[in-house]
Design a protein around this ligand. Structure first.
Ligand SMILES: CC(C)(COP(=O)(O)OP(=O)(O)OC[C@H]1O[C@@H](n2cnc3c(N)ncnc32)[C@H](O)[C@@H]1OP(=O)(O)O)[C@@H](O)C(=O)NCCC(=O)NCCS
Length: 384
């Protein structure tokens, strides 16, 4: 048996999939064959979710059906609202989201059913409720009143409405929709893979999504979006860009929003779409500060390290310009990525194989058991 370790699972292929094609050499990304640029320009999040789940773009009737079903499931039951209210206010919004997703099956009689019809029902419930959980818990924490979902608004526009209590402008709603499409899917990224591992044990979809949310939270994955904007705010001015970035790289620290496992020598196509949108937003606002900052940082990082921006980079100032608080950037990633996670759960349940790799054991092979009285080691516990 070949025990060669593929560190970080680099270049390991673990499944056949027909959801997302990434060309890391050419910087191309397609959902079910449809170019991300086309979706970003013409699609809605609801339509993209349908495409990801069912493999093809919906006709008008199918689109209306999925839109209606998503609207019908936006509300949270009282028991879930009470759990949110009871949580410590020291939790990060991603910790709140992870906790609440794991409580949702309490309100779903089909929770443990992994059959295809129940899976779609759960897909609708989860996708519809996640934005409400994020908006509701944020407003609770701020001591503000809950804003009920508005059935007249699209999925993306309704999220901004529930968060801010005001119907967004057309440009804001379009921007949120674009952001959600761009973040909806990306093949076997760490959170999707982690979720598929959970689904592969035939555990339920809520457990798999809880796993995925916990994995997305890390700063090397979705957590980078908050970290990116924090860095831009810390740099503050164009003059500070060069000394800050060069200082960080010289100290061996990572620059958030740069580098990618798949796009090595080319820009992440999602960052290109976000960059265009940021320019449009700054131009409309008559203030190019964040666009100029973001472009200058990207130039200095590239000149110094050859790294390209990833999805979290230009996405950060875009979300910031929508007035989304920094600690909600990763939850916004989660409420977008839910569509992709679910597409992968459907694929996993349809043709399941338990995902269970091996390690190459490098520890001591055989050791005598020594009785407790005869042991005399130093404490390995670090004192608090
Ligand atoms: C995304 C990421 C985890 C990919 O990691 P990976 O495929 O495992 O690549 P590695 O961590 O092996 O990086 C390869 C080299 O580039 C360097 N590198 C990668 N990303 C870097 C970054 N953002 N800043 C500085 N150096 C970076 C590494 O230090 C490493 O250098 P070395 O070979 O001299 O040790 C990595 O690029 C990163 O940490 N980026 C910052 C966090 C981020 O933006 N995450 C969101 C991803 S969408």
């Amino acid at each position: 048996m070949d025990k060669t370790v593929k560190e970080g699972l680099r270049d390991v292929v673990v499944a056949n999939s027909s959801i997302c094609i990434i060309d890391g050499q050419m910087g191309k990304l397609r959902y079910r064959g449809v170019d991300i640029d086309e979706l970003a320009r013409h699609s809605t999040y609801e339509e993209t979710a349908y495409l990801l789940w069912f493999g093809d773009l919906p006709d008008r009737e199918q689109l209306e059906e999925i839109e209606d079903r998503l609207v019908a499931h936006r509300e949270l039951g009282e028991s879930i609202r009470n759990v949110i209210k009871a949580l410590p206010n020291t939790l990060h919004p991603m910790e709140v989201l992870r906790t609440i997703v794991s409580a949702l099956p309490g309100c779903d009689v089909q929770a443990g059913d992994t059959g295809s019809s129940a899976t779609i029902d759960k897909a609708i419930r989860l996708t519809a409720k996640l934005p409400t959980i994020v908006a509701y818990s944020h407003r609770c924490l701020e001591g503000r009143e809950f804003v009920s979902p508005n059935p007249a608004l699209s999925h993306a526009a309704n999220f901004l409405y529930m968060l801010r209590g005001q119907v967004p402008t057309l440009l804001e709603a379009e921007t949120m929709n674009l952001a959600m499409i761009l973040m909806a899917e990306h093949d076997l990224n760490a959170s999707t893979f982690a979720g598929r591992v959970t689904a592969s044990t035939l555990s339920d979809m809520y457990s798999a999504i809880t796993t995925a949310v916990g994995t997305l939270k890390g700063p090397l994955h979705g957590g980078a979006s908050q970290w990116t904007m924090e860095m831009m705010l810390a740099i503050g001015t164009l003059e500070n860009v060069e000394p800050y970035i060069k200082g960080e790289l010289a100290a061996g620290r990572r620059i958030p929003g740069f580098g990618h496992r798949v796009y090595r020598k080319v820009a992440d196509p999602r960052s290109v779409c976000f960059r265009e949108k940021l320019k449009e937003l700054c131009t409309a606002a008559g203030d190019m500060h964040w666009y100029n900052m973001a472009v200058r940082i990207a130039e200095v990082v590239y000149e110094t390290s050859g790294l390209y921006p990833n999805v979290d980079y230009f996405g950060g100032p875009v979300l910031y310009s929508l007035g989304i608080p920094l600690n909600l950037f990763t939850p916004v990633f989660a409420i977008s990525r839910i569509a992709g996670w679910i597409a992968h759960m459907i694929e996993q349940y349809d043709d399941n194989q338990l995902l269970r790799p091996l390690s190459n054991y490098v520890g001591i092979r055989e050791k005598e058991y020594v009785a407790l009285e005869a042991r005399n080691g130093e404490s390995m516990l670090v004192s608090a």
